[in-house]
Every structure is written in C-alpha cells, then in structure tokens.
Ligand binder design. Structure first.
Ligand code: FAD
Ligand code: NAI
Length: 474
C-alpha cells in the first residue's frame, strides 16, 4: 500500500524544507523525504541540506571564530587592549560549529512536527505515475502525490582523476572539519568557498595559496569591487594566482603536491599539508530516475524549469540548486515558497534579478542587481554614486575603514540598477538596497530617507546622494 499525499518534496535542504512548511501552512497534506548520509543522534538523516550541514551555517561559524582570533591577535593592541598571544583550540572551535549545526538541523524536524509535515527518511526515486499522481519510492515505502517538488540540491564538483578523501584532498565537507590548522594550504578555485575557507584557515595561521583558472579575479563581481577585494585579500596574506592551469595533483611527503602552469606559461609546483578543491557545484539528480520518467535536464545537468519552476512533467516542480539561477540558500527558499503558493493557486513569484549575494570575508562583499560591466555591455546609460567607508564615523570607530558602496542608477530615470558593497556590515546593508531594487526605487528615494547616525547605513545613503552629485560627507 502506498502512502498518499497532496505534495511530496524530494530533498530537505533550504528549498525543500521551506516548500514543505509553506505548503503545509496552505492546508496541503505534505511529505518530505531526505537521504543525507549524515545522521542525527536518532540515526535519521539530518534535514537542512548543504546549507545547514556542510555549507552556509558551519562556514559562518568558523568565519566568526577565526575573525575573533585575528582581532585578538592583531587588532586589540591598536585599541589599547593588551593580551598575550591567543591560541586556537581547533577541537573546541569545531565542537561549537557542530553544536550549531545540531541545533538548527534538529530545529527543522521540530518545525515539521509543528506544521504537520511528514518526514520520510530515504532517497526519493521516481517510479512512474499512478492513480493518485506521481509514484515515488523512498526506501521500502512507495509514496503517491499529485505534486512532486524536486529540491535535491547540489554537490561539490571535483577535478577529474583527483579523488577527494576529505582528509588531505577536500571539498567543502572536509574543508569545514580540519582537525588541525594546516601549515600550508592550497585552494583550487578563487570563488566564494575558496575565499571564505581560505580566510578562515589563513586567520588561524595557515599559509594559503589560491589557484584560479580564470585570468581575472572575481570576474562575476563588479569590476571595482573585484579590484579592491584582490588588493585587500593580498594585503591580508592570501596568495592568489589567477590564469593558472592545474596539472598533476599527487600525494607527497608533506601531504599533497599540485603542479600547474602559471599565467606566464611557466610550469610550477606547490606542496601543502592540505588541498581544498572549490571549483563550483553540480546539480544532484543521481538516483532520482529522472530520465526514466522523462524529466528534462539541460546540458549542465540542471532540471529544466520555466519562470514558475515548472518542469516539463505535469505536477512536477523543481527548485533551488538543482535548477538555473544562483546557487544560494535564500534563492532556494524563495522558490520553495513560490511553488507552494503556485500549487495553491496563488501568485507565487521569485525575482531572479533581485537576489542579493554575499561573500562573508572581512570585509564582506555584497551585491544586488547589475554590475557596471553588465550595464556597459547592454548599452544602458547609468550614473555612479561611490562612497568609501573611510568617510563614515561609525566605520572609523569600528576600526573598519576599508571598502566602499557603489550604487548604479539609470542616467535618465534614476532607477537603481545595481548596488555593490565591500565593507563592514555589508551583508546587512544589502537588505536596504534589495528593498529599493524590488520596489523599483530611484537613488533619490534612498537619498530622501532619514538614516540613523552614526551607522554604516549612512554610507549607502551617501552613495545614493552621490548619484546626484550631492554627497554631504565626501
Ligand atoms: P541542498 O541544500 O543541497 O539540499 C538538497 C537536499 O536534498 C540534500 O540534503 C540532499 O541530501 C537531499 N537529496 C538529494 N537527492 C535526494 C533524493 N533523491 N531523495 C532524498 N533526498 C535527496 N548559500 C547562501 O545563500 N549563503 C551562504 O552563506 C552559503 N554558504 C555556503 C557555504 C558552502 C561551503 C557551500 C558548499 C554552500 C553555501 N551556500 C550558501 C549555498 C547553499 O548551501 C545552497 O545554495 C543551498 O543549500 C541550496 O539549497 P537546496 O535546498 O536547493 O539544496
Ligand atoms: P564558485 O563558482 O563560487 O567558484 C569556483 C571558482 O573556481 C571560479 O572562480 C572558477 O573560475 C574556478 N575554477 C573552476 N574550475 C577551475 C579549475 N579547473 N582550476 C582552477 N580554478 C577553477 O564555486 P565555489 O566556490 O565552489 O562555491 C559553489 C557555490 O556555492 C557558489 O557559487 C555559491 O553559489 C555557493 N556558496 C555561497 C556562499 C555564500 O553565499 N556566501 C559561500 C560558499 C558557497
């Protein structure tokens, strides 16, 4: 006998668990299956997906600890605080991180109980159509549901012929769990994970070298932000080589040896205790039996969806990292809500043009909307308001004068087209810019809003004023 639900969600990451909760709030009978190999204390797969288990949350916990460590080691003295040199207890740092993961992943199970979402442990496999909708096998059980939401997420892309043991050669999973601070660490890929994890281990004492294939650093970011970020990270002690071609990677006496060809065409080799491979992520469709039921995927392996997250199969939806768009937890959650509401006949919607992005380094890097190079390429006439944090009293008081806010607005209509920030508190500042962008706001709208003093938000305010060449404090 199969169990019947209105909606089955496959995958309990941020996309899937949010879709399940929202659908249950809307009155549907909902189940969510999850096959995460990491078990909770009860032996069940943990909910929360990549984000809560081996992504956003544990990485931010380590970023916080390592930031405090660096402040204590290098910033306290300048403010008249004398302490002896700090020491890091890696085991304690990891235990704190793990307890946050435990708390939050367990919390989702609590939210499922509260919202009456049925949790089914196991891997969801499409098994065709039945009288009550789609048939999906989850372990030994068979579930039937009128609607299936595929939220199976993504996993790290590995280099061909380079097995990841997550001890010496690591992807995101091992990189969050080093039991000692590596003396030397090589990172392949200067993207978001490379910079965040590189920052964590550099702050704690590793000598970190990042090898990036593309000739330009952070080429997806606004060009001014990328330039400033590279300058700051190099000053902090990260060694970054762009335009490299990775050659043979093999075990060595010290741990691992990486051969590569540099931008100048010269062959080089590096040795380190550990290696992180962070070269992007690939969608998870393994074992889903997608092909057998005719679920269409594109050439990148993503499940193909339209703007409503509808797949080519009636009643089958897909959201989050397994579909197009930025691989971000908040984007996955938005799509989860969108699909639940669309199934309920409401006007669910995700605006892929207003998804903020954040890199949680120090300083933080954030953006929403278009970059200057995108506007140039599209032939859009724009104006720029750019204000440094150095001109802000709060930033100086916080000993955080680095970086700037750059606002791009339409030259004719003044509509805000993009906001790019590198600086303290940028991950919170971007929220105001996102609201303005979503409301089709103009730089004048932000310029006419009273911002509390002294706050970092005044830098955003001044950038809005600067779009009209009337900044008051710069
Ligand atoms: P996932 O979180 O990957 O969840 C999918 C779930 O589906 C998994 O638990 C998987 O086990 C399960 N699953 C797969 N197939 C099946 C199946 N057939 N049956 C049952 N279950 C299945 N994003 C941010 O927005 N902010 C950040 O700060 C951030 N930091 C990150 C740091 C790191 C190191 C990494 C790796 C990622 C980070 N991300 C961050 C990205 C973020 O984690 C993902 O975008 C987000 O988790 C995607 O959510 P999802 O629900 O689509 O997929
Ligand atoms: P990424 O796409 O951010 O960066 C990968 C980098 O590796 C790119 O710069 C790419 O040019 C480079 N690269 C690719 N192949 C290479 C090769 N063979 N040799 C050398 N360099 C190579 O991917 P990353 O860092 O793995 O992260 C995956 C995704 O996870 C991100 O795109 C993001 O969506 C998400 N994430 C988000 C975070 C956040 O929101 N703060 C934090 C971490 C991850």
């Amino acid at each position: 006998m199969s169990k019947t639900f209105d909606i089955l969600v496959i995958g309990g990451g941020p996309g899937g668990y949010v879709a399940a909760i929202r659908a249950a709030q809307l009155g549907f009978a909902v189940a969510c299956c999850e096959s995460n190999p990491y078990a909770d204390p009860k032996g069940e797969p943990r909910l929360g997906g990549t984000c809560l288990n081996v992504g956003c949350i544990p990485s931010k916990a380590l970023l916080h600890t390592s930031h405090l460590f660096e402040e204590a080691a290098h910033a306290f003295a300048g403010q008249g605080i004398e302490i002896s040199a700090p020491k890091i207890q890696v085991a304690k740092m990891l235990a704190r991180k793990n307890s946050i993961v435990e708390q939050l992943t367990g919390g989702i199970k609590g939210l499922f109980r509260k919202n009456k979402v049925t949790f089914i442990p196991g891997h969801g496999v499409f098994a065709g159509q039945g009288a009550n909708g789609w048939k999906v096998k989850v372990g030994k059980e068979e579930v039937e549901a009128k609607h299936v939401i595929v939220a199976t997420g993504s996993r790290a892309r590995h280099l061909p012929n380079l097995p990841v043991d997550n001890k010496i050669v690591c992807d995101n999973i091992g990189a969050l769990d080093f039991d000692t601070v590596p003396k030397k660490l090589i990172i392949i890929g200067a993207g978001v994970i490379g910079l965040e994890m590189g920052s964590v281990w550099r702050r704690l004492g590793s000598e970190v070298t990042i090898l990036e294939a593309l000739p330009d650093f952070l080429s997806f970011a606004d060009v001014d932000i990328a330039k400033e970020a590279q300058k700051i990270f190099v000053k902090q002690g990260l060694t970054i080589h762009t335009g490299v071609k990775i050659g043979e990677v093999k075990a060595s006496k010290k741990g691992v040896a990486v051969a590569y060809t540099g931008k100048d065409g010269k062959a080089a080799q590096l040795e380190a205790d550990r290696l992180i491979v962070s070269i992007g992520r690939i969608p998870n469709t393994e074992g889903l039996n997608a092909e057998a039921v005719g679920l269409k995927q594109n050439e990148r392996g993503q499940i193909e969806v339209d703007a409503h997250c509808k797949t080519n199969l009636p009643g089958v939806w897909a959201i989050g990292d397994v579909v197009r768009g930025p691989m971000l937890a908040h984007k996955a959650m938005e799509e989860g809500v969108q699909v639940a509401e669309l199934i309920a006949g409401q006007a669910g919607h995700t605006n892929l043009d207003a998804i903020p992005g954040v890199i949680y380094t120090t300083p933080e890097i954030t953006w929403v909307g278009k970059t200057e190079q995108e506007l140039k390429a599209a032939g859009v006439a724009y104006k720029v308001g750019k204000i440094p944090f150095l001109a802000n009293g709060r930033a100086l008081g916080m000993d955080a004068p680095e970086g700037f806010v750059k606002m791009l607005a339409d030259a004719k209509t003044d509509r805000i087209l993009g906001v790019h920030i590198i600086g303290a508190g940028a991950s919170d500042l971007i929220a105001e810019a996102t609201v303005a962008l979503e409301f089709a706001g103009a730089s004048e709208d932000l310029a006419r809003i009273c911002h509390a003093h002294p706050t970092l938000s005044e830098v955003l305010h001044e950038a809005a004023l600067a779009c009209d060449k009337r900044a008051l404090h710069f």
